[in-house]
Design a protein around this ligand. Structure first.
Ligand SMILES: C[S@@+](CC[C@H](N)C(=O)[O-])C[C@H]1O[C@@H](n2cnc3c(N)ncnc32)[C@H](O)[C@@H]1O
Length: 275
């Protein structure tokens, strides 16, 4: 037996099948997840899922390093949004009424919980998000602003989307602190007069547009403002922009739980270091 194993191992041809079986075991579970998703989910784009506990812990450590907030407090912010039953109820009841054929009633947030944690940590006065889709990221950003308000820190949100149907989740108390502008993101940003402390770029993901959008955002960014790019898992534009502007940059990966999507991440462009 030992001899046969040795022969197979040393033969390029005989070793094809064992090598195939060994390597595909790293991916086969994805097919089970794909099958489950095909039958259980309505989503065709902008997928939603929970995140692994390992990912939440690791990203909290990284956010702690860049913000100075404790890991424990950041984990509490993540728990705060994930256990918030009223926002889940708001999202699922509006989704039901809206009859969005690309949305699930089961509410999951993916990496947007890290946007929420950043709002809770940084207490921005004005938040900008380009690209809203249903408004899932927007509603989490607004919920963070509302929680900050209860602690004495005021804040507002501006969302921009080219689609006049976008942002439909932002109703009720969320509409009171938010404004949605419908039109092209870069053109709309250029018309704004206010300064933003926290910007999320999630509109047109073509690399040229993304790069130009960062410059538009920079022109409206407060001195300590940060830019979060939602395309950094497939584009290096925020990293290149940050390098050109002498701004520190970090990329944090998300790790979806029980979903075939391999995950995106957060590119974060931080304020220039004081020399
Ligand atoms: C990936 S979705 C945004 C997802 C959203 N941020 C969330 O948290 O679920 C991209 C959105 O960008 C919008 N969009 C695409 N091109 C745009 C442009 N040039 N200006 C403004 N919005 C744009 C689309 O209409 C779409 O709603």
């Amino acid at each position: 037996m030992k001899k046969i194993k040795e022969i197979v191992k040393n033969s390029r041809v005989l070793n094809i099948l064992p090598r195939f079986i060994y390597s595909t075991q790293y991916y086969n579970y994805r097919y089970r997840q794909i099958l489950k998703w095909i039958f259980a989910s309505n989503e065709d784009t902008n997928f939603t899922y929970g995140l692994t506990s390992k990912n939440k812990l690791e990203v909290s450590h990284a956010l702690s390093l860049i913000t100075g907030e404790s890991v424990q407090k950041i984990l509490e912010y993540l728990e705060e949004i994930e256990s918030n039953a009223s926002i889940r109820k708001h999202i699922s009841s509006i989704t039901k009424l809206h009859k969005d054929s690309n949305a699930d009633l089961n509410v999951e947030y993916g990496r947007r919980i890290y946007w929420y944690a950043l709002v809770r940590i940084l207490k921005p006065k004005l938040v900008l998000e380009t690209g809203l889709d249903k408004g899932l990221g927007g509603i989490l950003l607004c919920e963070g602003i509302l929680k900050n308000l209860k602690e004495g820190y005021s804040g507002n949100y501006i969302g921009i989307d080219i689609n006049p149907e976008a942002g439909y989740l932002l109703t009720g108390k969320y509409a009171e602190i938010s404004k949605i502008l419908y039109g092209d993101a870069i053109k709309s940003i250029n018309q704004l007069t206010k300064k933003f402390d926290f910007c999320v770029s999630d509109s047109d993901h073509s690399e040229d547009y993304e790069y130009r959008e960062y410059f538009a955002m920079l022109s409206k960014l407060s001195p300590n403002g940060i830019i979060v790019g939602d395309n950094s898992h497939c584009s290096d534009k925020l990293a290149k922009f940050s390098l050109a502007q002498d701004r520190p940059f970090i990329y944090l990966n998300e790790e979806p739980l029980n979903h075939w999507y391999p995950g995106g991440g957060l590119g974060i462009s931080l304020p220039k270091l004081k020399k």
